[in-house]
Design a protein around this ligand. Structure first.
Ligand SMILES: C[S@@+](CC[C@H](N)C(=O)[O-])C[C@H]1O[C@@H](n2cnc3c(N)ncnc32)[C@H](O)[C@@H]1O
Length: 212
């Protein structure tokens, strides 16, 4: 797997500690509540099976594990070996059972209909445009009928300076209509969409039709 922009895989991140540092700094102590908000938007229930695609350093997956409880199953995948190694260390330190695997969003190593909830946060803009439909199709494949997908990304017109701008760096953003079209194109029904508490970030929640 390569990290170069323009390749089929996408833009990978290789500096997990720096990533965590910037996220904490950019969100000025609000990172935990931001993650709580994402899980609330995803309507996560105790006992659910959750997959976090492009999980980075695993913070959201670890939070999802805490929220889904002992009977919940949480997996996280990222194509970057460094992000996965760091996420595993965090899980070990936290004593949390989360299965972190190195894998591409376009070829998920899971059987059909495995998960109740699929998360894809701040990852879509890392994928080449041509790969995005494949990512959405893979997400749909691993969702059980009636399952949900939460897709979150930076909005257009995001901050032009400051740390959040630095986090967005050159990879850009994905407009909400594009996200909605992508999910609908994969055969998912849109349930809700809009801005999250950080005004520069938006989300869409979609469900896989129970009969399809
Ligand atoms: C900005 S980070 C977001 C991490 C995390 N989801 C979050 O919300 O903090 C994007 C992540 O997507 C990963 N990534 C990029 N292309 C990928 C692909 N094709 N498959 C899986 N992960 C990918 C990068 O390595 C990086 O860790």
């Amino acid at each position: 797997m390569t990290g170069a922009a323009g390749t089929g895989i996408g833009v990978l991140l290789h500096k997990p500690r720096l990533y965590d540092f910037f996220v904490e700094l950019a969100l000025l102590g609000r990172a935990p509540s931001f993650r709580e908000q994402l899980l609330a938007l995803a309507r996560l229930q105790r006992g659910e099976a959750v997959l976090d695609i492009g999980c980075g350093t695993g913070s959201l997956a670890l939070r999802a594990k805490a929220a889904s409880g002992a009977s919940g199953v949480v997996c996280g995948v990222d194509a970057s070996a460094e992000m996965i190694a760091w996420a595993r260390q965090k899980a070990e330190r936290a004593g949390a059972e989360v299965d972190f695997q190195r894998a591409s969003a376009q070829a998920l190593p899971f059987p059909d209909c495995r998960f109740d909830l699929v998360l894809s946060t701040l990852m879509l803009h890392h994928l080449p445009k041509k790969a995005r439909a494949r990512h959405a199709a893979e997400a749909r494949r691993v969702m059980r009928p009636g399952g949900r997908m939460l897709l979150v990304d930076f909005a257009e017109g995001s901050p032009r300076k400051g740390l959040r701008r630095h986090l967005q760096h050159r990879h850009g953003n994905v407009a909400l209509p594009e996200i909605l079209a992508l999910l609908a194109g994969a055969g998912l029904d849109i349930v809700a969409s809009g801005a999250v508490s950080l005004k520069s970030v938006h989300y869409a929640l979609a469900t896989r039709p129970a009969v399809s």
